[in-house]
Design a protein around this ligand. Structure first.
Ligand code: FES
Ligand SMILES: [Fe+2]
Length: 388
């Protein structure tokens, strides 16, 4: 990946030879067996951004999230610490919480035979428990899942031996931005949720990642975005260059659908980050978008080879959200981008089954970095995600 100074790419890289390189074949986006391998060898091995910590405001609040083929239950214990468990009762395997979200007062009780677990997963009660003196309450507790908090989100990992969070998650931001301070300065964990939109996209998760990584399509489908970020119309995404953020148009007053003013600069960012847009892909399922006055974070939940749910959060300073300020024009810009992108992915998905795409397509020079993503996916389904 070419590197340019942080003040921007003035000239596109020289054309590589060959100019066209192959994509994955069509079946990589449709084959249920391959999708199952991706679930097992990618999503169940790497750190997975599951829920926003603030969505679990109090002890006993919970969310259930599909991670690979598993349902994971995330909650807060009485001390307020995040805890994650496989959402499976240790008695005879009933799903413990069937709701996507909710709250319990003290304990989690299985709706089948009423085995009851505390918020640290320990078995604390069961009908006729005194008749089972050999029942190990810790050993028969819920199966714990490692959880880490970063950017204000709970990340979980289903691997027996989780890979280094610093290398695989924070490392992705360092690789893209050049150093960890560049993302830390946005203090995303202190921001408040201004808006969340959930998109149910009828496309394979890899099409969404590829789309996010390139900007060859920006001039065609993102008129509002290229008005604010004119360099995107040249086809080179911010992700093409290490440390580079796409500069706002001179006439744009903010990162909004009509270029009108946003909400003032986040206090921590430096002058070089002002009036710029940065995008980070944290494989396998997170996109982070940094602009001077807010952060947009996408979490993908791949549900089938041809279906991916995306939750997109718009995060602002708490005082902006508390003031009731109208974030409409701010949210609308990336909501349109999302809709335009996901429509393109849905238009592409059916073609993956066509004989025209049996051997795949091609990547043009401004998309060559997607080839590294394809190589990574291929290596993962062959031998498991590296670092896991
Ligand atoms: S399966 Fe949960 S209590 Fe029996
Ligand atoms: Fe796009």
């Amino acid at each position: 990946m070419p590197t340019t100074p942080a003040d921007g790419p003035s000239t596109p890289p020289a054309p590589a030879a060959p100019s066209l390189i192959a994509t994955l074949p069509g079946r990589a986006y449709t084959d249920p067996e391959l999708f199952r391998r991706e679930q097992e060898l990618i999503f169940e091995r790497l750190w997975f951004c599951a829920v926003r910590g603030a969505d679990l405001a109090r002890p006993g609040a919970f969310r259930t999230v599909r991670v690979g083929r598993e349902s994971v239950l995330i909650t807060r214990n009485r001390a307020g610490a995040l805890r994650a468990f496989l959402n499976i009762c240790r008695h005879r395997g009933a799903q413990l919480c069937t709701e996507e979200s909710g709250a319990v007062r003290r304990n989690l009780q299985c709706p089948y035979h009423a085995w009851t677990y505390d918020l640290d997963g320990r078995l604390v009660a069961a009908p006729n428990l005194q008749q089972m003196p050999d029942l190990d309450r810790t050993g028969r507790g819920l199966v714990a899942v490692p959880v880490r908090e970063w950017l204000g989100y709970a990340w979980v990992c289903l691997a027996d031996e989780p890979p280094s969070f610093e290398d695989t998650v924070i490392g992705a931001a360092v690789e893209r931005l050049g150093d960890v301070a560049a993302i830390d300065r946005y203090r995303t964990e202190t921001l408040a949720l201004g808006r969340r939109i959930r998109y149910d996209v009828r496309a394979n998760w890899k099409l969404l990642v590829e789309n996010f990584m390139e900007c060859y399509h920006c001039a065609t489908i993102h008129p509002e975005l290229t008005d604010v970020l004119p360099e995107f119309a040249e086809g080179f995404a911010a992700q093409y260059y290490v440390g580079h953020g796409a500069e706002f148009a001179a006439e744009a007053r903010g990162f909004t659908v009509d270029g009108s003013a946003g909400f003032g600069r986040l206090p921590g960012i430096d002058d070089g980050q002002d009036r710029r847009y940065y995008a980070v892909t944290v494989r396998p399922q997170v996109f982070v978008n940094l602009v001077p006055d807010h952060v947009i974070l996408h979490r993908m939940f791949p549900l089938a080879a041809d279906r991916t749910v995306v939750e997109c959060d718009w995060l602002y300073l708490p005082e902006v959200v508390a003031s009731g300020a109208d974030t409409g024009k701010s949210v609308e810009l990336f909501h349109r981008v999302n809709t335009q992108d996901f429509d393109a992915c849905e238009r592409t998905q059916p073609a993956m089954d066509s004989r025209a795409y049996r051997d795949g397509g091609v990547l043009v020079p401004s998309e060559h970095h997607i080839g590294a993503f394809h190589a990574w996916v291929a290596a993962c389904v062959r031998e498991g995600a590296p670092g896991a």
